[in-house]
Design a protein around this ligand. Structure first.
Ligand code: GDP
Ligand code: MG
Length: 695
C-alpha cells in the first residue's frame, strides 16, 4: 500500500518516517527542514511510505506545499497518516479537516503524546474519533510508543463515516456536486468549487456554477468566507469537546525563553554564542591541530615519496603523487578537526531548539528589511552548505523574497569556506584567529542585512512574508542524532576532497609542472598556470596590493569548490623552488610570501562573498528560474565581493587597528540609523505581530 505522511511543519513526520523505515532523513526543529519528499518501506511490511514537507492546508502557497498537494492528488496514496502535534491541536486540525474530505483512508496520529502530561493537556481519543469520523492514535515518534497499533490499522477496513462539518445547505450542495463527478477526491474538489478556487476550476466544471449561485443566495458574504468560518467553528468545538487544558503551566522552555528571547540580552547572547562557535573551532581547535595534522600529512607524503623512489617510478610521477595529490587533498583534509567542532556546535544549536529562537529574534529585524524570519532558516542551513540552504528558500511563499534570499544565502560562510578562513586567520592573526574568523561571520551578517535592505527597495519590491509564530520546546539533544549528523557532514566533506579536490589537484599540478611549450619541471613562474594567472592578476591588485598570480588562480578555483582555494595554494607552494621541504604555504620563496595581514583579510572577504561553487550556482539557477538571472546574481555577488575586499584592503593598509575598529563602529551606527529611519511601505502589514513597533 502507498502511505503518505502529511502534517504541519515540525509535527514529527520525519522522526516517525525514520523510525518506520530505519532511514536517516534530516530532522530539525524548525519548519522547512524537509523540502523534498522521501520514500521508503515500512520495516516488516510491504507498505511504501512517503515523508512530505510540512503544510498547513492543501491550498498551496509555497513550493513545498505544492509538493505535498501534488503527492496527494497525483500519486493517489491509499492511506494518509495525518501527523498532528497533540500539544497544539487547534492549529493542526485545520489541515485535518481538509484531509478528511479526501477519498483515501485517513488515520490521525496525535504525536508528541509524551509531552501532553507535562503541558497539562488531556485528550479524549474516543470522542475525537467520533467527531472526526477517522481513527485516532496517540503516539510518540520520539519515544517510539503507540506506533504499532497505528501501522496495524493501515490494512484494516475503514469503519467510521467521516464527519460532516458544514451546515445542511452547504453539505447538500457538496453532495449534489460530488455525486455528478468522477474525479478522485470528489468531496474535496466540490468544496474547492464552492470556494471558487481557480486551481480546481476548469471548463468541465461550469455545470456546477448553478449550484453555487443557488447556495450563495442563502448567505450575506461570499461562500469562501462562510466555509472558512464553519470550518473554524467545527475545529473550535471539537477541541473544546475533546481536550482539556490546565491553564498557566509554565514549562522549562518558557523559563529559558525569558532569557534567550529577552529584549535586552537576546542579541548579545546570540553574538556570544556564534563567537564561541568560531572561537572554538578556528581559534582553539585550529591552533592546536593544524601543525600536528600538517606534519603528519607531510610525513606521509615523504614516506610515499621515498617508497616510490625505491620502486624507481619516474620523477614526474612521484611529483604528481606527492606534490599534487597528497599536498592538494591533504591540505583540505587537515581542517577536519575544526570542521568536526563547527558541525558539532551547529548541530547542538539546532537540536536544542536554540536556532529556532535565533530565527524568531531576527524576524523583527528582517521584516523591517523586507525579509521574514523564514528567510533566516536558509541562512542557518547555509552555514553547513549553501546548496541545501538555497533549496531551503522554498519554504518562503513570496517569490521576490525567495529569490532575494537565494542570492544572499551563499554569503554565509559555509563549511567549505572554513579552510580558507582558518588558513589565513591562523597564519596572519595568530592568537587572534578566533576573533578574526568570528568577525567575518558578523561581517557577512551585516552585508546580508544591507544587501537585503537595498535589494528589497530596488530589485525585489514585493517582499512581505509571513512571520514565524511557533517555537518548538527546548530539548536535550540526542547524542545518537548529533553524532550521526556530524559524521554524515564530515564524510560528505571527505568525499569532496577525494573527488573534486583530487581531480583539481591533478589538473593544477599539471598546469604548474609544464610550460606552454610542454617542458616538464620548469620553474613554476614559467608554468602554464603562472602565465594564465599573470594575465589576470591585475584584477586582484586592489585587493592584495600586489600582482599575485598564485592567489589569483586559487581564488578563481573557488568556483569549483571553495576548499580548492586552499588546496591550490598548497600545491603551488609545494612546487615553488627554494622552499624547504614541508614548510608552510606562506613561507619565503612561495608566491604567497609577500601577502600582508590586511591583504589576507581582504582575500578572505573576497572568497566569502564572491560567486559560490558551481553546485550552489546550479541551485541558485533552479530557484531563480533562468540562466540569465543566475548570471546576474553571480555578477552581483562577485562585484560586491570585489568592492568590499578592495575597501577592506585599502582601509586596512592605511589605518591601524584602533582606527579601523572606531571607523567600523561609526559605520555600523550610521547605517543602523539610516535603516531605522527609512520606512518601507508594507503591504499586508496588518498580519504582522509587531505592528505597534514598526509604525
Ligand atoms: P517534521 O517537520 O514534521 O518532519 O518534524 P521532525 O520529525 O523534523 O521533528 C520536529 C521536532 O520534533 C524534532 O526536534 C523532533 O525531535 C521532535 N519530535 C518529533 N516527534 C516527537 C515526539 O513524539 N515527542 C517529542 N517530545 N518530540 C518529538
Ligand atoms: Mg520533516
Amino acid at each position: 500500500m502507498k502511505v503518505g505522511l502529511v502534517g504541519n511543519q515540525n509535527s514529527g513526520k520525519t522522526t516517525l518516517f525514520n523510525y518506520l523505515t530505519g532511514m536517516n532523513a534530516k530532522i530539525g526543529n524548525w519548519p522547512g527542514v524537509t523540502i523534498e519528499k522521501k520514500t521508503g518501506i515500512i520495516k516488516g511490511t510491504e507498505h511504501e511510505i512517503t515523508d512530505l514537507p510540512g503544510i498547513y492546508s492543501l491550498s498551496p502557497y509555497s513550493i513545498e506545499e505544492d509538493i505535498s498537494r501534488k503527492y496527494v492528488f497525483e500519486e493517489k496514496p491509499d492511506v494518509i497518516i495525518n501527523i498532528v502535534d497533540a500539544t497544539s491541536l487547534e492549529r493542526s486540525l485545520y489541515l485535518t479537516t481538509g484531509l478528511m474530505e479526501l477519498d483515501c483512508k485517513v488515520l490521525v496520529a496525535l504525536n508528541m503524546a509524551d509531552l501532553l502530561e507535562k503541558k497539562g493537556i488531556q485528550i479524549d481519543i474516543k470522542k475525537l474519533e467520533e467527531k472526526l469520523g477517522t481513527k485516532v492514535f496517540k503516539i510518540s515518534a520520539l519515544k517510539e510508543t503507540g506506533i504499532d497499533e497505528l501501522i496495524k490499522e493501515i490494512d484494516k477496513k475503514e469503519d467510521l463515516t467521516r464527519a460532516k462539518i458544514f451546515d445542511n445547505n452547504i453539505e447538500e450542495a457538496i453532495s449534489s456536486i460530488s455525486n455528478k463527478m468522477s474525479d478522485f477526491h470528489k468531496r474535496f474538489i466540490a468544496v474547492k468549487l464552492l470556494e471558487m478556487d481557480s486551481r480546481f476550476y476548469d471548463k468541465n466544471k461550469k455545470e456546477f456554477d448553478k449550484v453555487r449561485e443557488e447556495l450563495e443566495k442563502n448567505y450575506d458574504t461570499d461562500l469562501e468566507e462562510v466555509i472558512a468560518t464553519e470550518r473554524y467553528d467545527f475545529i473550535e468545538k471539537t477541541k473544546k469537546d475533546c481536550a482539556i487544558e490546565k491553564q498557566n503551566i509554565i514549562t522549562i522552555s518558557d523559563k529559558l525563553d525569558k532569557i534567550f528571547l529577552n529584549k535586552w540580552i537576546a542579541f548579545p547572547i546570540f553574538v556570544i554564542v556564534m563567537f564561541l562557535v568560531y572561537y572554538l573551532s578556528v581559534g582553539v581547535v585550529g591552533a592546536s591541530t593544524v601543525d600536528w595534522v600538517a606534519n603528519n600529512i607531510d610525513s606521509f607524503g615523504e614516506w610515499v615519496g621515498t617508497s616510490l623512489e625505491t620502486l624507481e617510478t619516474s620523477e614526474w610521477l612521484n611529483s604528481l603523487v606527492v606534490d599534487g595529490i597528497i599536498a592538494g587533498v591533504g591540505a583540505v583534509l587537515g581542517f577536519i578537526p575544526q570542521l568536526i567542532i563547527l558541525f558539532l556546535c551547529i548541530s547542538l544549536l539546532e537540536t536544542t531548539g536554540y536556532m529556532s529562537r535565533i530565527a524568531l529574534l531576527f524576524d523583527k529585524l528582517f521584516r523591517k528589511l523586507g525579509m521574514s524570519g523564514k528567510s533566516l532558516i536558509p541562512f542557518i542551513v547555509g552555514s553547513g552548505c549553501s546548496v541545501p540552504g538555497i533549496m531551503g528558500t522554498r519554504i518562503i511563499e513570496n517569490q521576490d523574497e525567495r529569490e532575494m534570499t537565494s542570492i544572499l544565502v551563499p554569503f554565509i560562510p559555509c563549511s567549505a569556506k572554513l579552510p580558507i578562513i582558518s588558513l589565513f586567520a591562523g597564519y596572519f592573526f595568530k592568537e587572534n584567529s578566533g576573533i578574526a574568523s568570528a568577525s567575518l561571520y558578523f561581517f557577512a551578517i551585516i552585508v546580508i542585512i544591507i544587501s537585503a535592505f537595498i535589494l528589497s527597495r530596488t530589485k525585489f519590491k514585493h517582499v512581505s512574508s509571513s512571520y514565524i509564530s511557533e517555537l518548538p520546546e527546548y530539548k536535550v539533544p540526542s547524542i545518537k542524532y548529533v553524532a550521526k549528523d556530524v559524521f554524515d557532514k564530515v564524510i560528505a566533506f571527505i568525499k569532496r576532497a577525494g573527488s573534486i579536490i583530487l581531480i583539481c589537484s591533478i589538473v593544477i599540478w599539471f598546469l604548474l609542472s609544464f610550460s606552454f611549450k610542454m617542458e616538464y619541471g620548469v620553474d613554476i613562474e614559467e608554468s602554464m598556470l603562472a602565465s594564465i594567472g599573470k594575465m589576470v592578476s591585475w584584477i586582484f591588485y586592489p585587493i592584495l596590493g600586489q600582482n599575485n598570480w598564485g592567489a589569483t588562480v586559487s581564488a578563481i578555483q573557488g568556483l569549483v569548490a571553495k576548499e580548492q582555494v586552499v588546496s591550490s595554494m598548497a600545491v603551488i607552494a609545494g612546487l615553488a623552488e627554494d622552499v624547504e621541504e614541508g614548510s608552510e604555504i606562506f613561507a619565503q620563496g612561495t608566491p604567497f610570501a609577500e601577502i600582508t595581514a590586511p591583504a589576507a583579510y581582504a582575500f578572505m572577504v573576497f572568497n566569502l562573498f564572491s560567486a559560490p561553487c558551481f553546485g550552489a550556482i546550479g541551485a541558485m539557477k533552479r530557484e531563480l528560474g533562468s540562466t540569465k538571472r543566475m548570471f546576474k546574481a553571480v555578477l552581483f555577488q562577485t562585484g560586491l565581493a570585489w568592492i568590499l575586499a578592495t575597501a577592506v584592503y585599502q582601509i586596512g593598509s592605511r589605518f591601524n587597528m584602533a582606527n579601523i575598529i572606531v571607523i567600523s563602529i561609526i559605520a555600523i551606527v550610521v547605517i543602523s540609523v539610516i535603516i531605522s529611519k527609512i520606512k518601507r511601505k508594507k503591504d499586508g502589514c496588518s498580519s504582522c505581530p509587531y505592528c505597534d513597533s514598526c509604525k
